[in-house]
Design a protein around this ligand. Structure first.
Ligand code: 5RP
Length: 215
């Protein structure tokens, strides 16, 4: 599968324009994109990073990492996903970076999502839905989500996000109304963000393959 990830990550370079500040996601597919970005680093101004992990990789390749507050809106965001449906709605957060990813997606004009073929689904929810929570609200949020959705929240024990928070993974969902569920979970006090990208889906999905499929 890493070959498909590499092909997707490298194809996303087609969307780079000279002088851009590029929004950069997190994960193993994005790592291939960052490596490819490193090879053309003189063409870009810099990157806004969604995680400490991506920041380290970008800096190691000599790419300047910039603050979103200083750059303002971005022309392009490239990130992976855990699941992707036919409407380019996504589940993200397998790497626990969902909140910063969501912020950069919102700030970007074009969101290019890079995936391997196994990520494509008819209905979102087979991959447990990540929810970032303020630590003191973990049990409260878990009870609310169970009551509202019937999904089984499981604490990702041992994981602290870059923002100092915790992750609940919601198992057993079949998400027929992604926008509605995203809004409902966002309303629960203590939720920082939910890894459903439905209100702001991807604009382009690149499925890694020979040749890559651009949707
Ligand atoms: C990180 C993410 C990643 O994009 C998602 O987990 C996919 O990762 P990978 O490219 O390693 O399969 O949302 O929070």
């Amino acid at each position: 599968m890493s070959e498909a990830k590499r092909l997707a990550g490298e194809k996303a370079i087609d969307y780079i324009e000279d002088g851009m500040v590029v929004g950069v996601g997190t994960g193993s597919t994005v790592a291939y994109f960052i490596d490819a970005l490193g090879r053309i680093r003189d063409r870009i101004q810099g990157a806004v990073s969604s995680s400490e992990q991506s920041t380290q990789r970008l800096r190691a390749l000599g790419i300047e990492v910039m603050d979103l507050n200083a750059t303002g809106p971005l022309p392009l965001y490239v990130d992976g996903a855990d699941e992707c449906d036919a409407h380019k709605r996504l589940i993200k957060g397998g790497g626990a970076a969902l909140t910063r990813e969501k912020i950069i997606a919102e700030a970007s004009r074009t969101f290019v999502c890079i995936v391997d073929p196994a990520k494509r689904v008819d209905v979102l929810g087979r991959f447990p839905l990540p929810v970032e929570v303020i630590p003191m609200a973990r049990s409260l949020v878990a009870r609310e989500i169970l009551a509202q959705t019937g999904g089984q929240p499981v604490w990702r024990d041992g994981v602290t996000t870059d923002n100092g928070n915790w992750i609940l993974d919601i198992h057993g969902l079949r998400i027929v109304d992604p926008v509605g569920l995203e809004s409902a979970i966002n309303q629960i006090p203590g939720v920082v963000s939910v890894g459903l990208f439905a209100r702001r889906p991807a604009d382009v999905v690149i499925v890694g393959g020979e040749p890559p499929l651009v949707l």
